[in-house]
Design a binder for this molecule. Structure first.
Ligand SMILES: Cc1ncc(COP(=O)(O)O)c(C=O)c1O
Length: 376
C-alpha cells in the first residue's frame, strides 16, 4: 500500500543552448496530481512505523494545498478517518477533492490558527512541516538519469533535503578527453564541449563558509574533471519566490531567518526557515521574482499542455538561469527541473490575466527572456 509508485516521466524541454539538456520531471503524473503524493506516502509510512497511526486512528493535517488531497487518498486506502484544517472561509473548490476521497475539511480563520486547531483534534496530527520526512523522489530520479543540477522549490524542505542527501558520490576523475559531460548525449555534428572553468580555481569547500559575500551566481560551473568540489555528482538548486526566508536565510547562513511574510506561490516559499530545510545539503538558492514564476508557468503550459501551478514556473525560471550561465561559460550538461503539479484550478489564478494584474504581477516583462532562452 505504501510502496513507491511508477516513476514519473521526464519531459525534454527546449533550450537555446547547444550541448545542454533540460528535463522536466512531471509530478502531475502522480495518482493525486502532485509531488505532495510522495510527502504523504512518507508521512504515513513514518507515522505507522513509529506506532503513532494504527487501525482506526483519525489522521489530521493543517494545510490548504495539494497535501490534503494526497493525504486523503492514502487515508482512504488505509481505511483511516481523515480531517484537514484549511485556512480561511469555506471554499467549495478546495474542499471538493478532499471530500470526494472521504476526507473532512474544516475551515478556520485567521489562517495561522490552523495549526492549533489541528492539534486540538483527537487523532494523529501528521504535521508536514514539523515532521517533514524525506521521500522517494531522489532515489527514483537518480535511477532514471544522472543530472549535473536538479532544481526544486522548497516548502517543507523535504524535497531539497532528500535530493541533497541521496545524490550519488562523484565518480573517479576522468581526463577531459574521456567525458567532460556525464549525461548529455552529444549529437554527431556537435563536438563534445570541454568545460571552460579555469583549472587554477581552487577546490571549493564541501560545506558553505559561514561568512560569504553575496555572490549568488559565482558557483554555477560544472566541476572540472579531476577537481572534487562537493564530492557529489549532482548539485541541488532551490528556486525561491519573493517574501520567502530561504534565499536570505541560506545566503546569510542564518538558520532561523524569518521574513514573516507569506509567499504568493502556492506550495513553496515560507515566512521562516522550516526545520525540514537543510541548508547544508543545498548548493545554491536562486531568488525568483513572482512575475517570472507566472510567466514561466504559462510558458511551461504552452510547451507541455499541462495547467501547471506557480511553483513549477519558479523552478523552471531558475533552471533556465542555470542553463544560461552554463551556456555563457561554454559548458555542457544536464539540468532537471521539477514540475510540482497541474490542475484545472490553476487556470483561474496563475494562468489568468486578471488574477495576475490584481497582484501587480507583470508576466509580460519576462516573456521575451523566456522565448530567447528556450527558442519557443
Ligand atoms: C516545484 C516544487 N518544488 C518543491 C515543492 C515542495 O517542496 P518541499 O518538499 O520543500 O515541501 C513543490 C510543492 O510541493 C513544488 O511544486
Amino acid at each position: 500500500m505504501l510502496a513507491a509508485g511508477e516513476p514519473t516521466p521526464l519531459i525534454d524541454f527546449p533550450v537555446a543552448a547547444p550541448g545542454i539538456r533540460l528535463l522536466v520531471k512531471d509530478e502531475s503524473a502522480q495518482p493525486t496530481g502532485s509531488l505532495r503524493h510522495r510527502h504523504a506516502r512518507a508521512l504515513f509510512r513514518q507515522a505507522i512505523l513509529d506506532g503513532l497511526v494504527t487501525e482506526g486512528t483519525t489522521v489530521v493535517e493543517a494545510t490548504g494545498g495539494n497535501a490534503a488531497v494526497a493525504q486523503a487518498w492514502f487515508a482512504r486506502r488505509l481505511g483511516l478517518p481523515y480531517i484537514v484544517v484549511m485556512p480561511g472561509r469555506r471554499s467549495e473548490a478546495r474542499a471538493r477533492a478532499v471530500e470526494a476521497l472521504g476526507g473532512e475539511c474544516r475551515f478556520v480563520t485567521p489562517p495561522l490558527a490552523i495549526y492549533d486547531a489541528a492539534r486540538a483534534i483527537e487523532g494523529h496530527f501528521l504535521d508536514q512541516f514539523g515532521r517533514a520526512a524525506r521521500h522517494d523522489l531522489a532515489e527514483e530520479l537518480f535511477a532514471q538519469v544522472q543530472p549535473d543540477w536538479v532544481v526544486t522549490g522548497a516548502g517543507t524542505g523535504a524535497t531539497s533535503a532528500t535530493l541533497g542527501a541521496s545524490r550519488p558520490p562523484q565518480s573517479p576523475p576522468q581526463s577531459p578527453s574521456q567525458s567532460p559531460s556525464r549525461s548529455t548525449p552529444q549529437s554527431p555534428s556537435q563536438p563534445p564541449q570541454p568545460t571552460t572553468r579555469p583549472t587554477t580555481q581552487p577546490p571549493q569547500p564541501t560545506t558553505r563558509p559561514t561568512t560569504r559575500p553575496i555572490q549568488p551566481m559565482t558557483r554555477l560551473t560544472s566541476p572540472p574533471p579531476g577537481i572534487p568540489t562537493h564530492g557529489v555528482s549532482c548539485r541541488v538548486a532551490v528556486a525561491d519566490p519573493e517574501n520567502s526566508a530561504y534565499f536570505p536565510g541560506w545566503t546569510l547562513d542564518v538558520p532561523d531567518y524569518a521574513t514573516g511574510m507569506p509567499s504568493r506561490i502556492e506550495g513553496i516559499g515560507r515566512p521562516r526557515m522550516e526545520p525540514g530545510f537543510r541548508p547544508d545539503l543545498v548548493d545554491l538558492v536562486i531568488p525568483v521574482p513572482d512575475a517570472a514564476s507566472v510567466a514561466a508557468a504559462r510558458h511551461l503550459r504552452e510547451v507541455t499542455g499541462r495547467p501547471v501551478g506557480g511553483s513549477s514556473g519558479t523552478a523552471l525560471w531558475a533552471a533556465l538561469e542555470l542553463v544560461e550561465r552554463m551556456r555563457a561559460r561554454g559548458e555542457s550538461g544536464l539540468v532537471v527541473s521539477l514540475l510540482g503539479d497541474a490542475a484545472e484550478r490553476h487556470l483561474a489564478t496563475i494562468h489568468h490575466d486578471e488574477w495576475a494584474a490584481e497582484r501587480g504581477l507583470d508576466a509580460e516583462r519576462y516573456t521575451g527572456e523566456l522565448r530567447r532562452r528556450t527558442g519557443v
